[in-house]
Design a protein. Structure first.
Ligand SMILES: Nc1ncnc2c1ncn2[C@@H]1O[C@H](COP(=O)(O)OP(=O)(O)OP(=O)(O)O)[C@@H](O)[C@H]1O
Ligand SMILES: [Mg+2]
Length: 265
């Protein structure tokens, strides 16, 4: 059974600059967005979940395994992380080799790794690029390749760090569909994201990080009702939500469809 427990977690890189302070969180099957200003500690938090960093104090348990006690390679079979910058992730000279690396590395037999990799490439619409060199591709294509590499590993938990960076509308729609499809397959999807319109459209739960703490945590609609708190945390509201509040103070629209379906408009 999938589980993630963050218990009284504190972390710093340098003692004089605490990044996360006494955070307690659990996750569940809801698609979850983590938002917060630049430097709020979002990437640090997911690196702690993935076991790449260890808590200074407190614990992180992934499927009941404490990240302090389990090797990163063992955890990799349970939790996949798509890096913020694909250039930090991609290192092979052929797209297919890049996507196959993770599945093989977590012990999938070659045939299974091949099938999962082809499926993942199709999912991101890049199957015709399988023989290309990743560095001949654009940044947005490299980001999609790095997403495919992690999806192919078939982990219980999939974390995306800023998946929509460099994506146009079509790319964002692909990523939205991937998040939805992964959830339908029973995966837990956690996503760090700056794009508030995307948060409103794609995530059931939103966690706001600020000053090393969880400032807000709840259903996305409830979070975007807390306008003043969000503004204080340096965050914007989704465009359609802002428009809605101009018309009716206490009604939170999350998507353009919701807005246009409202009988008054
Ligand atoms: N390896 C490191 N060594 C020292 N400080 C670091 C390191 N990585 C990050 N930091 C600092 O820790 C703080 C939190 O960084 P982190 O990358 O977790 O933030 P973030 O919320 O992901 O920001 P962004 O939205 O810009 O990606 C920042 O002040 C950053 O400069
Ligand atoms: Mg970051």
């Amino acid at each position: 059974m999938t589980s993630i427990a963050v218990q009284s977690l504190s972390f710093y890189y340098k003692k004089e600059a605490p990044i996360l302070t006494d955070i307690t969180l659990t996750f569940d099957q809801r698609t979850t967005a983590i938002i917060g200003q630049n430097g709020a500690g979002k990437t640090t938090l997911v690196k702690l979940l993935k076991g790449l960093l260890k808590p200074v104090s407190g614990d992180v348990l992934i499927n009941d395994q404490n990240t302090r006690a389990v090797s990163v390679s063992k955890l990799a079979g349970h939790i996949g992380l798509v890096f913020q910058n694909p250039n930090d992730q991609i290192f092979k000279s052929k797209v297919m080799d890049e996507v196959m690396f993770g599945p093989l590395n977590v012990g999938q037999p070659k045939e299974e790794a091949l099938t999962n990799s082809m499926n993942a490439l199709q999912m991101v619409g890049m199957e015709d690029k399988k023989d290309d060199h990743p560095y001949d591709l654009s940044l947005s294509e490299r980001k999609l390749i790095s997403i495919a590499s992690i999806v192919a590993m078939n982990t219980d938990i999939v974390i995306f760090d800023e998946p929509t960076i460099a994506q146009d509308h079509a790319g964002k729609e692909i990523i939205k569909r991937i998040i939805h499809d992964l959830q339908k397959k029973g995966k837990w999807v956690i996503t760090i994201i700056h794009d508030m319109d995307f948060v409103a459209e794609a995530f059931e739960r939103t966690i706001v990080l600020a000053k090393g703490k969880v400032l807000l945590d709840g259903a996305t609609r409830e979070i975007f009702l807390q306008k003043e708190v969000l503004v204080q945390a340096g965050l914007n509201l989704p465009h359609v939500t802002q428009l809605g509040y101009l018309i009716e103070k206490n009604k939170t629209f999350l998507t353009i469809d919701e807005f246009t379906e409202d009988s008054r408009f």
